[in-house]
Design a protein around this ligand. Structure first.
Ligand SMILES: [Zn+2]
Length: 397
């Protein structure tokens, strides 16, 4: 009974509350039940929380760096890989278009020139190499002029200014003109030759005068010194010349040096001093001449030094006992503006004449034993300098 006494008012209260609730439609009831959940949504994820918390005075743009969406707009398009440019330089030795007055008139340079009547004759056997490269550089050892008085010396060379076409026909774009024969007929012979080269569009480097040859959007700078007129003086010219070329933003720097002792494979101090100095100052390649015979090649601080390129198209001797010569060829690689360390170089063994009997002033690439002999010889000269040639004439890296 005690149980029921308490149960009656509880049942009444329950009944009353059920009656009150039954006045609301069932849908509303359900909606009313979800309401607290719906209102909590905007609070959890609706407005950006950063917005109201921006410190006063802070620009809305400032937080962009932290916003990945804004970062996407700032990312630059991927950079193009730098363009690869290859520059191949060919170099050869002494070119003397003319002969000394003491030379036999029947076989000297003038007689061959007059017989052939063809500027293309002289380099016709090597042109295939020169026309495929980007720059061919030789040493012009003699003057091209009708003027002047012969200097009092054992050998003096002067050729007709029209001989400059031999260079043009041979696909030779540049010469070094700083040697013991560039003033053989006095100062006028020097200035006349320069005038002739300029008129023909042949680039030349000569003592203080540096030169830049432009190809494939690259600037190849050239310096030429005559070591015979003093080591210190030549160093000065190398230093100022390289500085000048660097200022002009040369991509490659070639230093030509006329130095050494004639008819020997041994190097003298001037040669090594000048060559090393040039590389230290920034030369990418050093080309030597004057000894009239081949000498070794050195790799010094990454740059090749070709100590002597010997004679090439050389009117100075109608029949030299040593007719061995070569073309030195090096390919430089650029990635964009940056010169790469990897480089390839080779020698192309040649004879100064197409015949062994006499000098016909027509340098000719060699085959067979003649070719092998020169590679062997260059190996013996270059071994102490750290350079080795493969059988194909390429320098082993
Ligand atoms: Zn010389």
């Amino acid at each position: 009974m005690k149980k029921y006494f308490y149960a009656i008012p509880f049942a009444l209260a329950l009944c009353l509350s059920l009656l009150g609730c039954s006045n609301k439609p069932a849908k509303q009831e359900t909606a009313a039940g979800r309401h607290p959940i719906e209102t909590s949504k905007p609070a959890a994820a609706g407005f950006p929380e950063t917005s109201p918390s921006l410190p006063p005075g802070q620009d809305i743009d400032t937080p962009q760096e932290d916003n990945p969406q804004n970062n996407a707009a700032l990312i630059k398009p991927p950079k193009k890989a730098p363009q690869t440019t290859k520059i191949t330089i060919s170099a050869a030795g002494d070119c003397t278009f003319g002969s000394d007055q003491s030379s036999p008139a029947s076989v000297n340079f003038y007689s061959v020139y007059n017989k052939k009547k063809n500027d293309a004759y002289f380099f016709q056997n090597v042109k295939k190499y020169f026309e495929k490269d980007d720059l061919t550089l030789v040493n012009l050892e003699g003057t091209l002029t009708k003027n002047g008085t012969r200097m009092d010396k054992t050998y003096a060379f002067r050729g007709d200014p029209s001989y400059v076409n031999i260079l043009k026909k041979g696909s030779i774009e540049a010469v070094s003109f700083a040697n013991n024969h560039c003033k053989d007929y006095g100062e006028i012979s020097y200035t006349d030759t320069i005038h002739t080269l300029k008129k023909a569009g042949i680039k030349y480097a000569s003592y203080e005068k540096t030169s830049i040859y432009r190809t494939k959007k690259k600037k190849i700078g050239m310096v030429a010194v005559n070591g015979l007129s003093g080591t210190d003086y030549s160093k000065k010219l190398i230093n100022s010349g390289i500085k000048k070329l660097k200022k002009k933003k040369a991509d490659l720097i070639i230093v030509s040096m006329h130095a050494g002792i004639e008819h020997t494979s041994s190097l003298n101090d001037t040669q090594t001093q000048l060559a090393h100095y040039a590389v230290q100052k920034g030369a990418d390649l050093v080309l030597g001449h004057h000894p009239h015979t081949l000498q070794g090649i050195e790799k010094y601080k990454g740059a090749y030094i070709v100590y002597s390129l010997a004679n090439f198209c050389f009117g100075g001797n109608t029949n030299p006992s040593d007719k061995d010569t070569m073309i030195f060829q090096q390919t430089f690689t650029f990635k964009g503006n940056k010169l790469q360390k990897n480089t390839s170089a080779r020698i192309i063994p040649c004879r100064v004449s197409s015949t062994t009997a006499i000098n016909n002033y027509q340098p000719t690439p060699l085959k067979g034993a003649g070719r092998r002999n020169i590679i062997q010889k260059m190996n013996s000269f270059s071994k102490p300098l750290g350079v080795h040639f493969q059988r194909d004439g390429k320098i082993q890296n």
